[in-house]
Design a protein around this ligand. Structure first.
Ligand SMILES: [Zn+2]
Length: 283
């Protein structure tokens, strides 16, 4: 635990790179879907978002939440600082509650038009693979970091638990976006507890209301509990269409257009929230 706390940034980066390279290799060996776009058009965009996030936040999203955990502990703030539990129980509770908090954040990103403007950047990827897990607008990274600080101040988890959560979150984001064909005998038992690629791809479908399904990052319990779970995409894994209405032409999905889209007019066919029927007055 102390080792992780001391070398937090290095441990996170190492785990992230290991999971990313493992997933990229696995995708090459066992792809789930045929690509619709060359990786050369998508990867620079996804990595650009990752690099910007690292610079803007200096990997500060976790640093901020870890600092908040230390402050809460020092001042005795938050639920978990008010009770006396064994370390393992405190860590487990913290991980589960933080995951629930992010599930809530993700639902809000889809339900509130101004937040969807930012979050849709993540959904504009026309293919889904491990690199999609880092494709987020810088504003989303910042909002998410601030939101986690607030959650941590109320929850009062140990700093080590927050670090573990950030590592798990990074790893799961890369894993559950992977274009990876897991055999049923792995996928089925795994998704009883954890989000799998076959489950998360439903969330990136343009079909009907599928974008508003499977919001979970790590645990599947929240989608089951709050009735947002959908087992498989309606069109199946071969025919599924990935992306956002209004952003299906690869030529118009550029890094520049994605950076400015939260602040500019909606495109024809776009809606204020995902899954809505487009109206003419959208602007
Ligand atoms: Zn989403």
């Amino acid at each position: 635990m102390e080792f992780i706390a001391q070398y937090e940034a290095e441990v996170r980066l190492t785990v992230f790179l290991v999971v990313l390279s493992a997933m990229i290799s696995a995708e090459a060996a066992w792809p789930r879907r045929a690509r619709v776009q060359e990786r050369g058009s998508r990867w620079p965009i996804n990595f650009a978002f990752m690099i910007i996030a690292s610079i803007v936040l200096r990997l500060a999203a976790p640093v901020l939440s870890v600092a908040a955990a230390m402050l809460a502990e020092e001042r005795g703030w938050g639920l978990l600082n008010a009770v006396d539990l064994p370390v393992w129980a405190e860590v487990a509770i913290a991980l589960v509650i933080l995951d629930l908090a992010l599930y809530g954040q993700h639902r809000a990103m889809h339900a509130v038009p101004v937040l969807w403007r930012i979050h849709k950047v993540h959904h504009t990827d026309l293919d889904l693979d491990a690199t999609s897990g880092v494709r987020f607008h810088p504003v989303e990274y910042v909002l998410s970091a601030l939101y986690k600080v607030i959650i941590v101040l109320f929850l009062g988890p140990m700093a080590a638990a927050v670090i573990l959560f950030e590592i798990a979150l990074n790893g799961f984001a890369v894993f559950n976006h992977a274009n990876l064909h897991l055999p049923r005998w792995i996928d089925a038992p795994l998704r009883l507890f954890f989000v799998t690629p076959d489950m998360h791809v439903v969330h990136h479908s343009v079909t009907g209301d599928e974008t508003n399904r499977n919001f979970g990052f790590c645990l599947t319990v929240w989608d089951r509990l709050f009735a947002s779970y959908q087992g498989q995409p309606a069109l199946g894994h071969r025919a599924i269409k990935i992306g956002v209405a209004g952003w299906r032409d690869p030529a118009t999905v550029t890094f520049r257009s994605l950076m400015v889209t939260p602040f500019t007019k909606l495109r024809p066919g776009e809606t204020y929230r995902p899954g809505e029927t487009p109206t003419a007055k959208a602007s």
